[in-house]
Write a protein that binds this ligand. Structure first.
Ligand code: C2E
Ligand code: MG
Ligand code: MG
Ligand code: MG
Length: 279
């Protein structure tokens, strides 16, 4: 006879697949409820100029706090939000809150701070995406260049005929464009050259071993040289140690982001972190 699980449903005969589906549905239901209850938060992680050690911007990273005080990491629910289409609404919310935050930084004396926002492939493919970016820019009145959209290398390079025109349209709005997790995909260099992007973001897999003699650390060097060849600035993610910082400076990387400087912080803590940099 089937046993009861906590919800009083029979689960003995359920296959693993059905259980998996049920878990996903539960998570989706919880995510919907969390969005409606405005429980989702943005955390901010500084991006640092390697020239002078000052913050030039921050990346907004979504957090889903749960009652225990912990939070469900984005990797565990972004995919589901994409699958269900909820990411359109969520992504819009992220952009809006992030731009409002950047406007607050301006009011508080940090007008140069950029705000980087991650864009999901589902948002990017949504025909309304460019219009939604335009809407957020107008409604928050942020200077467009201060909004940086991060598109992963795999999305930028999927070769789909319309990636380039969409990036052109975004660029025409005046926003800054960065390619996230660079080095993990299979970029066609001639194609990359055509894309109107401003920045490459070295994936942390290639930062991890920097300062040691490893092949992966020389990939960071190649990415920086490639970026400069194409007239792009380069930022490294996952910077965790002074060794990383020194190695990145040596290869001419412009900017860095990682635990060495700060973990992603809630808005208030981020402001406290930022305070000493007021000019
Ligand atoms: P990502 O855009 O590549 O973000 C960088 C991730 O690396 C973040 O994880 C960040 O907390 C983490 N990180 C930062 N510094 C370090 C470091 O020094 N060492 C290590 N080991 N990790 C570091 P997080 O916040 O868990 O986000 C994971 C991914 O989820 C992000 O990767 C991004 O792809 C996605 N994501 C986060 N927020 C959003 C969002 O608002 N919208 C969308 N579409 N995706 C998001
Ligand atoms: Mg990112
Ligand atoms: Mg990244
Ligand atoms: Mg990454």
């Amino acid at each position: 006879r089937a046993k009861n699980d906590q919800r009083g449903q029979y689960c003995y005969y359920t296959t693993e697949m059905e259980q998996d589906t049920r878990q996903r549905l539960t998570l989706l239901h919880d995510l919907r409820a969390a969005i409606d209850a405005r429980k989702l938060k943005l955390f901010y992680q500084p991006q640092i100029s390697l020239h002078d050690g000052r913050p030039v911007g921050a990346e907004a990273l979504i957090r889903w706090p749960v009652d225990t005080g912990a939070f469900i990491p984005p990797d565990q629910f972004i995919g589901l939000a994409e699958y269900s289409g909820m990411i359109i609404e969520l992504g819009d919310w992220v952009m809006r809150v992030a731009c409002e935050q950047a406007q607050q930084w301006t009011e508080l004396g940090f007008p140069w701070m950029r705000i980087a926002v991650n864009v999901s492939v589902v948002q990017f493919r949504n025909p309304d995406f460019v219009a939604s970016v335009d809407r957020v820019l107008k409604e928050t009145r942020i200077e467009p260049a201060r909004l940086e959209l991060e598109i992963t290398e795999s999305v930028a390079m999927q070769g789909a005929a319309n990636v380039e025109p969409i990036l052109q349209q975004l660029k025409a709005l005046g926003v800054t464009l960065a390619i996230d997790d660079f080095g993990t995909g299979f970029s066609s260099l001639s194609y990359l050259q055509r894309l109107p992007v401003d920045r490459l973001k070295i994936d942390r897999a290639f930062v991890r071993d920097m300062g040691t003699q490893s092949e992966r650390s020389s990939i960071a060097d190649m990415i920086v040289r490639l970026g400069h060849e194409l007239g792009l600035t380069v930022i490294a993610e996952g910077v965790e140690s002074p060794q990383h910082v020194n190695a990145l400076k040596q290869i001419g990387c412009e900017e860095a982001q990682g635990f060495y400087y700060s973990r992603p912080l809630p808005a208030n803590d981020f402001l406290a972190w930022l305070a000493p940099f007021k000019m």
